[in-house]
Design a protein around this ligand. Structure first.
Ligand SMILES: Cc1cc2nc3c(=O)[nH]c(=O)nc-3n(C[C@H](O)[C@H](O)[C@H](O)COP(=O)(O)OP(=O)(O)OC[C@H]3O[C@@H](n4cnc5c(N)ncnc54)[C@H](O)[C@@H]3O)c2cc1C
Length: 286
């Protein structure tokens, strides 16, 4: 953790510790336990962000949680966040109604390195809710197809009904030079698609691994296996990026709650290259 001067310590207003009021414009149910909130600033500037960044969402009287931004970075006027209800605070956000007020700090964190994809293929690999934090990079790529070669999206869900943003996945698949492959762990009766883990889909790629940048997001175990599989496929680890989730409180690198080895995830991440974190990620429950 870095040392903080007395001047710095008293200027928390400037450092992003004070939430801004945002109003819920829409609450769209995606899955049984997942919603997407559209939030608008009550006053002042819209919130500009880069793909891969997150905010701290504060619900008065309940608490504050880190949530990735899942919207389009070119639409600054509305902040879009996709939230799974797993405990008191996330449940509170999932139950919000149009017009309710929340507090927002941010945006925070190191973004996906979209500029590295110039002249290369972009490979997005996501598992479950992990599609939400990479969706801004997909929006970015779709608006910059002249800068990249091909966009490939490999997505794994538990069941077909657990797939996030299903109509968008279909829409993206229809775009030239975009390939979307979906697999599920457990099929249902009318499922004729792929069954298996997301890493199985790598065999279906028809792009050169030497010319590819991968962005990976999902549960740690999925990201670990994906890093290994991408390396076996021929992708240099330096070109594989992951987004990590750890227990965060301050989001500005002060409190140390999200420390993992030498990294303060909120400040140095949440996006890391595979060599930066692969060894630490393989340590159970670190
Ligand atoms: C950078 C970052 C980005 C995130 N982006 C999103 C997002 O886009 N959408 C989203 O729904 N969630 C996201 N999370 C996770 C989210 O912050 C937690 O689910 C939330 O803090 C849980 O708070 P709670 O009070 O509702 O539940 P708690 O009572 O704190 O926890 C309930 C249960 O969830 C588990 N849990 C808590 N935090 C996490 C976590 N980070 N990962 C896995 N399990 C956890 C706990 O161990 C416990 O079992 C992100 C986390 C980080 C650090």
């Amino acid at each position: 953790m870095r040392a903080v001067s007395a001047d710095e310590a008293t200027s928390s207003w400037d450092l992003g510790m004070v939430p801004r009021p945002f109003r819920v414009r829409k609450n769209r149910r995606e899955l049984n336990d997942v919603v997407t909130l559209e939030l608008e600033p009550e006053s002042g500037e819209p919130m500009a962000f880069e793909p891969g960044q997150f905010t701290m969402l504060y619900l008065h009287g309940i608490g504050e949680i880190p949530i990735s931004i899942s919207g389009d970075p070119s639409h600054e006027g509305v902040l879009v966040q996709t939230i799974r209800s797993v405990g008191a605070v996330s449940e509170g956000f999932c139950n919000l109604s149009e017009g309710d007020m929340v507090g927002v700090r941010g945006p925070f964190g190191r973004p996906w390195p979209v500029e590295k994809t110039d002249g290369k293929n972009l490979l997005i690999m996501a598992g479950g809710l992990g599609l939400a934090p990479v969706r801004p990079a997909v929006y970015w790529a779709l608006q910059n197809m002249d800068r990249i070669k091909k966009l490939n999206i490999l997505y794994g869900a538990r069941t077909p009904d657990d797939a996030l943003f299903p109509s968008q996945l279909l829409g993206w698949e229809a775009v030239d030079d975009v390939k979307v492959l979906l697999t599920v762990d457990r099929p249902v009766d009318d499922w004729y698609g792929r069954v298996g883990v997301v890493t199985d889909l790598i065999a279906d790629l028809d792009i050169d691994p030497q010319e590819t940048i991968a962005m990976v997001c999902g549960p740690d175990v999925m990201m670990n296996f994906t890093i290994q599989s991408l390396r076996a496929w021929g992708l240099d680890g330096e070109n594989v990026y992951v987004s990590l989730e750890r227990n965060m409180k301050c989001a500005i690198g002060w409190c140390g709650h999200c420390q993992m080895g030498p990294h303060i995830i909120c400040h140095d991440g949440p996006v890391f290259s595979a060599p930066e974190v692969a060894e630490l990620m393989s340590v159970w429950e670190l």
